[in-house]
Ligand binder design. Structure first.
Ligand SMILES: C[S@@+](CC[C@H](N)C(=O)[O-])C[C@H]1O[C@@H](n2cnc3c(N)ncnc32)[C@H](O)[C@@H]1O
Length: 273
């Protein structure tokens, strides 16, 4: 496993994933039912964008720093901007929250949260990040198997699937995990992130998703036309069981990012399978 999220933290893909994640959590925590959240690929938990890895990639400069410098960014990004400011003690700073910290801060004491990570170094950081939260557990285990095993054990299940897509079977595992989770809890909410390179890879994923659910919502963020499949041309969130109150935010986040961070021919495409 070579992937280090520290190179990519705070980039355009994190903005879409994390802003949508916060909208889903806001809708789900407005309901009384306790949540059981499983984050299949937790990463380090939080990142310092001033460190060498983030500086070398420069991706945060074109993502979160651009958003933070946009005074008229739409309110749909306010929860993410507030989370970044809070992590930096209200001052300008270089800390950026990963999905584990965003989730832990959004949950109630009655909810439960499991975050998985396989790398030793990122797992150590994840464990330290989640240590203050009694309802949260960092586990050094395969995220797909953990989601299938822990779903449906009380409370409403919410699974975030955010693989590095280093392995050719990450698409198949995303679909298999969706199927396994829905078999345990038919009302589970699932949000899966994936890169957009060429259309056939994404279309094949959606066709496979349609074999396990009739409730998939795709939010495609195309930063440029998908003409060069060797490039990451954008990314997508594919969601199942999307709470209605979060739908406007999903459209708003994806559209703003395409319009403001994209190149010529960029577009947001939000559709139901
Ligand atoms: C895209 S990053 C996660 C980022 C994180 N979800 C966030 O938004 O802040 C993917 C992480 O998954 C880890 N990983 C890779 N394969 C895994 C597996 N099968 N189970 C759990 N973690 C895995 C990688 O080491 C990497 O840190």
């Amino acid at each position: 496993m070579n992937y280090r999220h520290a190179f990519h933290a705070g980039n355009f893909a994190d903005l879409q994933k994390h802003a949508i994640l916060l909208a889903l959590l806001e809708a789900l925590t407005a309901e009384e039912t306790p949540l059981s959240v499983i984050d299949t690929h937790g990463g380090a938990g939080a990142y310092d964008l001033g460190d060498d890895m983030a500086q070398r990639s420069g991706e945060a400069a074109a993502g979160i720093w651009r958003l933070m410098a946009t005074p008229d960014a739409p309110p749909v990004f306010a929860p993410l901007v507030a989370a970044v400011k809070a992590l930096n003690g209200g001052k300008d700073g270089t800390l950026y929250p990963g999905s584990p910290l965003l989730i832990a801060k959004a949950l109630r004491k009655t909810d439960r949260y499991t975050a998985c990570e396989l790398r030793d170094d990122d797992f150590d950081s994840l464990r330290r990040t989640l240590a203050p939260y009694a309802f949260a557990q960092a586990v050094k285990a395969d995220g797909y198997a953990t989601a299938a095993a822990r779903a449906g054990k009380g409370g409403r299940t919410f699974v975030l699937i955010d693989p590095p897509f280093e392995r050719p079977d990450d698409y198949a595992q995303t679909v298999a995990t969706t199927k396994a989770v829905l078999a345990k809890d038919k009302d589970a909410v699932i949000a899966a992130w994936m890169p957009l390179k060429d259309l056939e890879t994404f279309d094949a994923l959606m066709r496979a998703m349609e074999t396990v659910t009739n409730d998939a919502l795709a939010a495609e963020l195309r930063l440029r036309p998908l003409t060069d499949p060797m490039k990451m041309n954008g990314c997508a969130m594919v969601m199942v069981g999307t709470p209605k109150p979060a739908e406007g935010a999903i459209v708003g986040v994806t559209t703003w990012l395409a319009d403001n961070l994209g190149e010529a021919g960029a577009k947001a495409r939000i559709w139901r399978a």
